[in-house]
Write a protein that binds this ligand. Structure first.
Ligand code: CP
Ligand code: NVA
Length: 308
């Protein structure tokens, strides 16, 4: 039996392999129910507040539609409009929102803000992306890899590009679920060494590798993953980053190092001609829209488990 009710979801590091497996099974079940028109409403009458300090297409729409399909309602709370934007303490906000809502999803810059919100809220807090982590994306990505490969254990994931929030959460998810992950990033843009070490502490024989060589990372890969070179908040570094990452594009040449049936993944939004060539993201190996769809199902599972 899994004790997920009332828990926060701030990073995959806080969840056991069993708990992640449970969420993935529930996500797959909810997807099937949804496709066959047999949806249940386990969160009837419940409300999710969604705080956004950064832009979003997928996260906003999938959470709002997800809570609605589960029988509840979502509230979009732009940080420009709520008092957080004018300096009201996170801790006061957490206490007030806890008296109205049944759950909070937050997308912001600092992981510490999400942790402070969670520490002061009496309701579940879900991390909808920080500069450090993007765990909801990786939950949906693991659902997608399961659909494509039938298993997570022993799957070889290559992540090519910036050692950012996506790289961190993919490392954490891979470590927990027995996937081998090889991250290729240039010097100065590699994942946070503390997070790499923490991920390794959860691995059970599976490899967590960081390299500068994209071809080495892509060798024998089942999955090649990439993300933007300049994340939200790094817009002024765009030019410098395009230079630093020019050898790190995922294109057909790089796919040539991977297994024949390699799956291409990207959390979106993507920049064709930068981190990925158009013919790769729009080609037969790409599952990017399946990943985006699975955000809905994976987060419905998450909300059902935490807010139910
Ligand atoms: N992948 C993802 O989180 O997309 P959005 O920024 O559109 O939410
Ligand atoms: N690394 C990207 C992911 C967007 C979903 C960003 O933080 O902007």
């Amino acid at each position: 039996h899994h004790q997920l009710s009332g828990r926060d979801f701030l990073t995959l590091a806080d969840y056991t392999t069993d708990e992640i497996n449970y969420l993935l099974e529930l996500a797959s079940y909810l997807k099937k129910q949804h496709k066959s028109g047999k949806s249940e409403q386990p969160l009837k009458g419940k409300t999710l507040g969604m705080i956004f300090e950064k832009s979003s297409t997928r996260t906003r729409v999938s959470f709002e539609v997800g809570i609605y399909q589960l029988g509840g309602t979502g509230l979009f709370l732009s940080s420009d409009d709520i008092q957080i934007g004018r300096g009201e303490p996170i801790s006061d906000t957490a206490k007030v929102l806890s008296s109205y809502l049944d759950g909070i999803m937050i997308r912001t810059y600092s992981q510490a803000v999400v942790e402070e919100l969670a520490a002061n809220a009496s309701i579940p807090v879900i991390n909808g992306l920080t500069d450090m982590y993007h765990p909801c994306q990786v939950l949906a990505d693991m659902q997608t890899i399961l659909e494509e490969k039938g298993t997570l254990k022993g799957v070889n994931v290559a992540y090519i590009g910036d050692g950012n929030n996506m790289a961190h959460s993919l490392m954490m998810g891979s470590a927990k679920m027995g996937m081998n992950i090889s991250i290729a990033a240039p010097k100065g843009y590699q994942p946070d060494p503390a997070i790499t070490e923490r991920s390794r502490s959860f691995a059970q024989g599976n490899k967590i590798v960081v390299t500068e060589d994209p071809a080495e990372a892509a060798k024998n890969a089942d999955v090649i993953y990439t993300d933007v070179w300049a994340s939200m908040g790094q817009e002024t570094e765009q030019e410098k980053r395009v230079k630093a990452f020019k050898e790190y594009q995922v294109n057909n040449e790089l796919l040539g190092y991977a297994k024949k049936d390699v799956t291409f993944m990207h959390c979106l939004p993507a920049h064709r001609g930068e981190e990925v060539a158009a013919d790769v993201i729009d080609g037969k190996h790409s599952v990017v829209f399946q990943q985006a769809e699975n955000r809905l199902h994976a987060q419905k599972a998450l909300m059902t488990a935490l807010m139910g």
